[in-house]
Design a protein around this ligand. Sequence first.
Ligand SMILES: Cc1cc2nc3c(=O)[nH]c(=O)nc-3n(C[C@H](O)[C@H](O)[C@H](O)COP(=O)(O)O)c2cc1C
Length: 362
Amino acid sequence: MPTLFDPINFGAIASPNRILMAPLTRGRATRAAVPTEIMGEYYAQRAAAGLIVSEATGISREGLGWPFAPGLWTDEQVEGWKPVVAAVHQAGGRIVAQLWHMGRLVHDSVSGMQPVSASATRALAKAHTFDGKQNLPEARAATAEDISRILGDYAAAARNAIAAGFDGVQIHGANGYLIDQFLRDSSNLRDDEYGGPIANRLRFLREVVEAVSSEVGIERTGIRLSPIGESQGVNDSDNAALFTAAAAALEQLGVPWIELRESGSQSTFRAADEPPVSPAMRRVYSGKIVLNSDYIRDNAQARLEEGVADAISFGRPFIANPDLVDRFCADAPLNQPDRATFYSDGPAGYTDYPALTEQEAA
Ligand SMILES: Cc1cc2nc3c(=O)[nH]c(=O)nc-3n(C[C@H](O)[C@H](O)[C@H](O)COP(=O)(O)O)c2cc1C
């Protein structure tokens, strides 16, 4: 029976343990989406994670609406990432870039253009902008030209990630962003080959995987999905069938690992009310499955023993505990995260959470 401390491979990436750092937007880049020095310190502090998934990183101006989140579409952004990634490697860690197109959740005041989505719909959620939270405008439906350009943006960002030194990429297919907007039938109202039956709604996801993996290799390509009910305004009439088919498609494409944000009804981060789809996905997918949401040491170990999950990713516990792996090892108490500084500026609540003293870790 594997333990959290056993090694595992995610395609070409050899991970020394099964404790991953989940992707966490922290808003410490510049207004031009260029990573800053302090991000290197933050990620290096967490380098004992088996694998770090970076905060969501925009593939284009069109696709990035979160203020002060980083990007991977300009040379300056690539240069900004280099010392951040190098700091993680220097500290003995591994890091993949989470590639992000937010689709209809991008506010036009941030991108300077009308958002694009599977269909002309408007998300009811409020968008974070440089001027506080605002209502979102209606998105326009992507044309065939838009789709082909966006696939090119994914490919370029993946290439840039490798140029910046990342060990691979994770495609952000979760949480109601562009790929999820194509997957789910509440936001995908298309009647062309990208809409209608599940096989068609999976087309965009497949094409993104192909575009990205043709640049970096399928062995350096992972994906995150949220096979749950409603997520930031998208939902599906049959999430179980949709996400089981998605897992089968990822099996066919040879994607070596998938991370699932599978919150339950008691979740403290966007609770969901549908039964988990991961057991059905496990039956059709032979790669590594990483489960996420609301785990600490003991329930994570229990999940590994049930046989669905190969590894577990931790979000908020890693915000507050740079040395989470040591703390799990020593069964030491955890620092609690401070929500007020999740998206604030500077080191407070970012790089100043205390690690265990040597005595405590012993
Ligand atoms: C501050 C914050 C930022 C987040 N940013 C991202 C992100 O950039 N990409 C993503 O896929 N999920 C993001 N999430 C979701 C987390 O990866 C994770 O799914 C969630 O925190 C639940 O896991 P946990 O209980 O281990 O924290 C974020 C969550 C939080 C709290």
